[in-house]
Design a binder for this molecule. Sequence first.
Ligand code: FES
Ligand SMILES: [Fe+2]
Length: 421
Amino acid sequence: MKFIATDVDDSIEKIAAMVKAEQARPDYAIDSYFYRSHLVYEKELENLVFRSWLYAGHVSEVPNPGDYLLFDIGEDSVIIVRDKAGEVQALMNVCRHRGARVCEAQSGNRKTFVCPYHGWVYNTDGSLKAAREMEARADFDITDYGLKKARILVYMGLIFINCDPHAADFLGPLSNLAQPLGAYDLEHAKVAHKHTYKVDANWKLVLENYLECYHCATSHRAYARMHTLKDTDARVSGIVQAMLDRTEQVTGVEGMGKEFYGIYMNAAGFGACAYTSRYGLFDGYLTGSEDGQPVAPLMGNIQGYDGGAGDFQMGPLSFMLNYPDHCVLYRFIPRGLTSTDMEVVWFVNGDAKEGVDYDRDRLTWLWHNTTLEDEFIISRNSEGVNSRFFEPGPYHPEFEATLQEFVCWYLDTMSHAAQNR
Ligand code: FES
Ligand SMILES: [Fe+2]
């Protein structure tokens, strides 16, 4: 992480004034202040990240009671664990005694979580099982000190959490994706590979990069060869429409080409974004691989290659790009003011065997390399944005339209944060 000095004059009033100035010029990039202020970052965690639905993992990663994985957000850690009764729980990794982390290893299987400090013992459902010698306190009731929990929703095998107890409903918005997302049978899919790319940049720069394909033609040569998203709609509408005309017949999935738009300001509830559309690959390309040829067996109920890819958004920071033979999930999580985890997860059909049905290097080639290219340009972007000579320039009206949707919601959220303090 790059160290950025604290601005001693920073204040809530300054956030409010800076937000107002940006809202007056919505078609320009935002000031470096938003990427440099420690106060802004803290307000973002409190008012945006910890109030949003976030992808936390896949059910196949915690198949048995006691299986868990850690999900790190900012300076926090959440334990995603399957409890004894078979329910998936999201427990705050903070002891209720004096706050030590109760679990250190990133994943594994535990019957209980034992705090390494004074030995309090927690069950996998978060309840406190034993607190050594605490009967010395007459007012101590063991049932008062279970690990804190986040809200949880498992949808088609995808585990989402929200740290806000009053979080908006997410099942309703996600239900709009049921037809095209259901085609992949993600509930029974397999995580073939996942990797956390650590980017030295503010989380918004990383997310903003994902939300626009203006840079695709210049930064992603391999991707741009096969994906029509790198061009304006007018240029590729013929290819996309031809794919949409055949998609249901070729894939055998009703509603495969469905479009649903409910993100950011248009989401049904705060932090409960849901979006899907299907876009085309250029002729001759069947999937997102080095040569555009299949790299794994068809997923779920899909019966053929229609020359399309399903684009999904679930929550403000989680996305999927789904090809007929594999799915790629992206999640962006802030870890510090200039440090972001970009997690990429590759899914294949649940029955597919590595080395037989797919080769991991071939499967991951396109999005591993594309992500490295993104990491390169995002860190350059961060260097430039943090320059005293940076002056925000105009957005492209089409290519950067979704990015603008995000920025509009972001500024609105920060404006409320500044008012409510
Ligand atoms: S901090 Fe966990 S037992 Fe004391
Ligand atoms: Fe990119």
